[in-house]
Write a protein that binds this ligand. Structure first.
Ligand code: AMP
Length: 170
């Protein structure tokens, strides 16, 4: 199965010049999701993962599925003022703008082995911020895991030193 065909390119969304990678066709197809999961999880099965961290909001979909398959916990990292409990936060840059991300202080325990997941690796700002949050909490990053990598934006460079896996590279 070619997973490519379940990713829909939307020109100029959310603003001029951006080609938005829409994963809703993939999410709507259970066979494609199953196949996608098998590939995403391929080299994580024997790595004793304690937590899978997902970035709001499109990172949540596959991060929760991955956590379930790996028998690990799921941790949501959210935009400001969404999480109800005590938080740590970090600022980051997006392909289109800047923002802040937050995580609960008790979400990761020191020494826990963590996979961070998002749908798209673009400039790498979001993923770097996820890694910083996990490390602030004392977690160990085992892998940065993505459905897609926009390689022309060099996000991997920002993640130097971390294992990076992207299923589809554009
Ligand atoms: P970045 O921090 O630049 O690596 O951007 C990654 C974040 O922005 C991810 O959470 C993506 O969901 C979103 N994103 C960036 N570029 C795109 C794109 N072309 N299509 C869909 N989502 C994107």
């Amino acid at each position: 199965m070619t997973l490519n065909k379940y990713i829909r390119d939307i020109q100029d969304f959310p603003k001029q010049g951006i080609v938005f990678k829409d994963i809703t066709p993939l999410l709507a197809n259970p066979q494609a999701v199953k196949e996608c999961m098998a590939l995403l999880i391929n080299n994580l099965q024997d790595k004793n993962i304690d937590k899978v961290v997902g970035a709001e909001s499109r990172g949540f979909f596959f991060a929760t599925l991955l956590a379930h398959k790996l028998n690990a916990g799921f941790v949501p990292v959210r935009k400001p003022n969404k999480l109800p409990y005590d938080k740590i936060s970090v600022s980051y840059e997006l392909e289109y703008g800047t923002d802040k991300l937050e995580m609960h202080t008790d979400a990761i325990k020191p020494g826990e082995r963590v996979v961070v997941h998002d749908d798209v690796l673009a400039t790498g700002g979001t993923a770097k911020a996820l890694c910083e949050l996990v490390e602030q909490a004392g977690g160990i990053i085992v892998q940065c895991n993505f459905l897609m990598e926009l390689s022309f934006l060099n996000g991997r460079k920002k993640l130097e030193g971390y294992e990076v896996y992207a299923q589809l590279v554009y």
